[in-house]
Write a protein that binds this ligand. Structure first.
Ligand code: MRU
Length: 353
């Protein structure tokens, strides 16, 4: 099967194929993961990143466990899927989509086993569900884009943080999905792109992705947005999310909180765009969200080049939490939700079931 270059993650010939995001923007290449461990490594090392993208990748990783299984009994295959899901979920603790995607595949395969399906039927269902989740992600992102398409009417400049685009999903993006849909209404829309230290998802990935789509953008160092807001040069902010707590607190890439504080101070609307699979109804508030702490060397070095004194003490949280009161609206596939977010999210989730 030919690789689809528009897909960040895809199932191809019984393997998981990913755009290698560590190589972008210099090199556009795909990596093929034929074992569960290789998928786990790709998630840990950020070859694939972004909450919805790792959700689908995790789901496909679980399906891969089925394809690789030599077990004859459906219950044994199912146990291998569960073990794979545990391994994959542990790779990145904050993005709830990863757990969600893995669980969807285990659940679907389990239903087939419970109904008396044989081992091949269990594996086939795991693969079917993982591939369906990829299509579902594309559809959700397009719906998010449509839901948010009018938010930037009359606004010439928006700011975004990290990469919540096609590269962070299967194909279209959440925050950048909104930007794409808004640009169709407002061709002059310009995007300020936070570089997003330490891994530079903004500078490397968002700028690349927007440029490829012909969307005008300017990369800024992370500390620049507040003064642009003060100068009236940013009309709105839009970011993605790794996990939204039941009360509307939002975990997203480190630096999102400071952007939200600056937006609030300057009266700039601050939107979060995410599928409902990013909402964790079991987590009451942002304080309960586990924040991934990453390798200090990500801060000490950039692509192998040291940028601090050797062995400098480093604190490297991958995410922060923006309290719900700083969020103007949460753009989901079922519409733009507003405070109070507790009931709004609960209603959206119950309608989505
Ligand atoms: O560490 P990353 O690059 O996986 O972090 C990604 C983000 O924080 C994104 O903003 C988030 O996952 C939303 S992606 C649609």
């Amino acid at each position: 099967m030919a690789i689809d270059p528009t897909r960040t993650v895809q199932w191809c010939d019984d393997a998981v194929v990913l755009i290698d995001q560590t190589a972008l923007p210099d090199v556009e290449r795909f990596v093929t993961c034929a074992t569960v461990q290789r998928v786990a490594d790709a998630i840990s090392t950020l070859e694939v990143r972004g909450a919805p993208a790792i959700g689908v990748t995790g789901a496909m990783g679980v399906a891969l466990a089925g394809v690789c299984s030599t077990a004859a009994a459906p219950a044994e295959v199912l146990a291998e899927l569960e073990t794979a899901a545990e391994l994959l979920v542990a790779t990145r603790p904050t993005a709830v989509n990863l757990r969600w995607g893995c669980e969807q595949v285990v659940r679907a395969a389990g239903e087939v086993a419970d109904a008396g399906g044989d081992r091949d039927a269990v594996v086939a269902e795991a693969v079917r569900m993982a591939c369906w989740l990829a299509e579902d992600d594309v559809a959700r992102c397009r719906a998010i884009g449509q839901a948010g398409s009018q938010l930037f009417d009359g606004c010439s400049d928006v700011v975004t943080h990290c990469n919540a685009g096609a590269l962070a999903t299967v194909a279209y993006g959440t925050a950048l999905g909104v930007v794409r849909a808004a640009r169709d209404r407002n061709p002059d829309l310009h995007v300020w792109v936070d570089e997003t230290r330490p891994v530079l998802q903004g500078a490397r990935l968002t700028s690349y992705e927007l440029g490829r789509d012909g969307i005008t953008n300017t990369v800024i160092a992370d500390g620049v947005a507040a003064s642009l807001m003060r100068a009236g040069r940013i009309g709105a902010a839009v970011v993605g999310a790794d996990r939204i707590a039941a009360n509307g607190d939002v975990a997203n890439k480190i630096g999102t909180y400071s952007l939200a504080v600056a937006a609030h101070h300057h009266g700039v609307p601050f939107y979060v765009a995410a599928p409902l699979s990013t909402v964790d109804a079991l987590t009451a508030a942002g304080a309960d969200i586990v924040i991934e702490e990453r390798d200090p060397d990500e801060v000490r070095n950039y692509r192998g080049q040291p940028v601090t004194p050797a062995g400098a003490a480093v604190h490297n949280p991958a995410f922060d939490v923006t309290p719900a009161e700083l969020v103007t609206g949460i753009v989901t596939e079922v519409g733009v939700l507003h405070a109070p977010y507790g009931p709004a999210l609960a209603a959206a989730l119950s309608g989505a079931r």
